[in-house]
Design a protein around this ligand. Structure first.
Ligand code: G3H
Ligand code: 13P
Ligand code: ZN
Length: 323
């Protein structure tokens, strides 16, 4: 067993307490490779933001769980040596089984999500509680989920969304003992979150549901998944250099800023990072067809991703200068 504390990581408890008090949200960025991790860590050190590094089941399969674990450990050495250490949590994103959550906890994760949202309510409660019971023995924090987000990802696939029913949240939190709760208020995973005609605005998130949830569980940390804004500059860059992503839209940044001031303490961002990397790699290769050195086009993508992260922390999450 590698306990996360020996690696210098923290769980999400103190992070969320401060975020709730300071009316901002902690960024949770997904990583699958070295360049993404470098951009997240250096971007968060430079903007002095606490951060949650997220690893999905798909990321573990892609990059190899042992390698990912050691990459996160390496990142912590860089954080410690930076002269301005920031709080970092290593989090399992959308864990779907007890065994996966246990495996992550035993290999240095400080936080896990158990996503039982596709199960009937009672099964979700049972699975989540089982994970909480194990995790809390090791001082690891647990995120549960109520309500279903629409959207299709490699490992996360739901055909339709159902908003979270505020009548369920108090009972769920009480019965499971979770430390934070992901809710469904109109966001979805991926780059095609809403179907809108050109010039039409995307529908607002269901802040009424969020408010009702806050009333039922005052001061309890809420998590927003599917919170990429689907940055249009990078969608345009992808389309300009041979891609095809017509109609890709996300959650407007002003709505996320509003959410960050509420009980939403964690905002998950993956797709925006994918768009940045893909746009820049396409541009670099198109501009210099003789370039066959991955270090050249990936370093350009990494620099742009770092800049995006700093901007998000400063202008959307409000997490900059909080570490
Ligand atoms: O919510 C899903 C995340 O964006 C992770 O996606 O399962 O394709 O790694 P993934
Ligand atoms: P996006 O696809 O909107 O980036 O959502 C990421 C997410 O929720 C990871 O769990
Ligand atoms: Zn998610």
């Amino acid at each position: 067993m590698t306990h996360y504390k020996t690696l210098g990581l923290v769980n999400t408890k103190e992070m969320f307490r401060k975020a709730m008090e300071g009316r901002y949200a902690i960024p949770a960025y997904n990583f699958n490779n070295m360049e993404q991790l470098q951009a997240i860590i250096s971007g968060c050190i430079e903007s002095r933001s606490p951060v949650i590094l997220q690893v999905s089941k798909g990321a573990r399969n892609y990059a190899n769980q042992t390698l990912l674990q050691y990459m996160a450990q390496g990142a912590m050495e860089i954080v410690k040596a930076s002269g301005h250490p920031i709080p970092v949590a290593l989090h399992l994103d959308h864990g779907d089984t007890y065994e996966l959550a246990v495996s992550c906890i035993e290999t240095g994760f400080s936080s896990v999500m158990i996503d039982g949202s596709a199960h009937p309510y009672n099964k979700n409660v049972e699975l989540t509680k089982k994970v909480v019971d194990f995790a809390h023995k090791h001082d690891v924090t647990v995120e549960g989920e109520l309500g279903v987000l629409a959207g299709i990802e490699e490992e996360v696939s739901h055909e339709a969304s159902h908003y979270t029913n505020p009548d369920d949240v108090e009972d769920f939190v009480k019965k499971t003992g979770v430390d934070s709760l992901a809710i469904s208020i109109g966001t979805s995973h991926g780059a095609y979150k809403f179907k809108v005609k050109p010039g039409e605005k995307v529908p607002p998130l269901r802040f009424d549901i969020l408010k009702e949830v806050e009333k039922r569980i005052p001061g309890f940390p809420i998590v927003l998944h599917g919170a990429s804004s689907v940055l249009q500059d990078y969608v345009a860059m992808i389309n300009q250099y041979g891609g095809h992503m017509e109609g890709a839209v996300g959650v407007p940044e002003e709505q996320l800023r509003e959410a960050a001031k509420s009980a939403v303490c964690k905002i998950n961002i993956d797709s925006d990072g994918r768009l940045v990397v893909t746009g820049v790699v396409r541009r670099e290769l198109a501009k210099d067809p003789k370039n066959f050195d991955p270090r050249k086009y990936l370093s350009a993508a990494r620099d742009e991703l770092k800049a995006m992260i700093i901007k998000k922390n400063r202008e959307v999450l409000g997490s900059a200068d909080r570490a």
